[in-house]
Design a protein around this ligand. Sequence first.
Ligand code: SF4
Length: 372
Amino acid sequence: MFRSLPTRSVQLTRSLTTHAAPLKSTTPVTRHNWKKDEIQGIYNAPLLDLVFRAASVHRQHHDPSKIQLCTLMNIKTGGCTEDCSYCSQSSRYSTPTKASRLIDIEPVLEAARKAKANGSTRFCMGAAWRDLAGRKRGFERILDMVREVRGMGMEVCTTLGMLSPEQARQLKEAGLTAYNHNLDTSREFYPQVITTRSYDERLDTISAVREAGISVCSGGILGLGESDSDRVGLIHEVANMPEHPESFPVNALVPIPGTPLEGNDPVSVHILIRTIATARIAMPTTIIRLAAGRNTLPETDQAMCFMAGANAVFTGEQMLTTPCSPWDEDKAMMGRWGLDGMRSFEQVGVAKKEAARLEQVVTSREASAATL
Ligand code: SF4
C-alpha cells in the first residue's frame, strides 16, 4: 500500500520575489480565490526563497516571537469504528492502543490546571469516535468539561468527530473556542486513506463549526504516501474556504504498528518546511500548528519550521496517542531562540469570535434582566 513517500523532486522555479511586498491599505489581508497552480508555484520555489517570503508574510501578520502552547488530552481512547489508515484508535486494526470509556470530569480539570500552570493557553480534548450519535449523556459531560476549562481562562478546543449544526451550537454556548476536524489530505488522495467518512462529510462538519461562530482548526498529515500535488491540494482546499481556518495543524505521520501505514517512511523535514511556508503565504492570519511528530525533530529543524511560519505547538506529556515534547524542554528551547508563549485569545480571528460570544452573553443577560 502507501509505504513510501514519492521520490519525485519538486520542480524548482525562481518565480518568487525574495521579499514580501509591503501591504497597501487596499490589499486584502486574506484571499479566498487561490488557483491550485498559483499555490503549486509557491510550493515549488527554491526552499530558502520560500522560507524567506513566508517569514516576511508571517512578520506582517503575527508577532514572530510568539508561539501558542497547547496541551492535548485524550478523553476517550480507542475503539473507533472509522478506518483512518494512520490511526491507532481504529477498532479495525490490531494496535497497542486499548479502548476506554469517556473519562470523568475531574481528571480533565486536573490536567487542564496543570497545563495552565505550565504555560499552555489552549487545552484540547479528543474523543475517538465517528460522531456524537447516541451519546447524549457523554455529550453533556463534555459540555461541562468545556464550561469548566473555559472558566479557567483558557482557550478550549475539542475534537469529537462529526458534528451537527445543533451540536456545534451547544458547544459554542458552553464556551468552546475552537473545534478540530482535519481534512488530512487532498480530496483526490483522501479515499486512499479513509473510506468510512467522505471528504464532503468533513467539510459539512467544518461548515457547522464555522456557522456556530466557533474557530475552525483543520489541517493535515504529511507522510501518508501523498504527493506534492496532494499537499498543495490540501492547502488549496482550506485557503479557499469562505473564512480561512483560524488554525492549520501540520502533522508528520508517526507510523503505528498494526495500522496499514506502519511501514511508511518518515516525511522529510524539507517537505514539512515547504508545506508550512506555503500554508503561511496562502493563509497569512492563520495559526500554523506544528503537531504530531514534532518531538522527533532536532531543535534546529523546529526553529526552521518557526521561521517558515509555524506559530503553535502541542506541549505537555502526550499527544492523543503519540509522544509529545515536555513543557520544560519546550520552554528551554524557546528561550534559546528568543521565543515566548502567546496569551489566550491573542490571535485576532479567535479574539473576534470570542468577543462576539461575550457580547451575546451580555445581550442575553440584559434581555433576561429586562423581562424580570
Ligand atoms: S482518526 Fe479519529 S475518526 Fe479516524 S480512526 Fe482515529 S479516532 Fe477514529
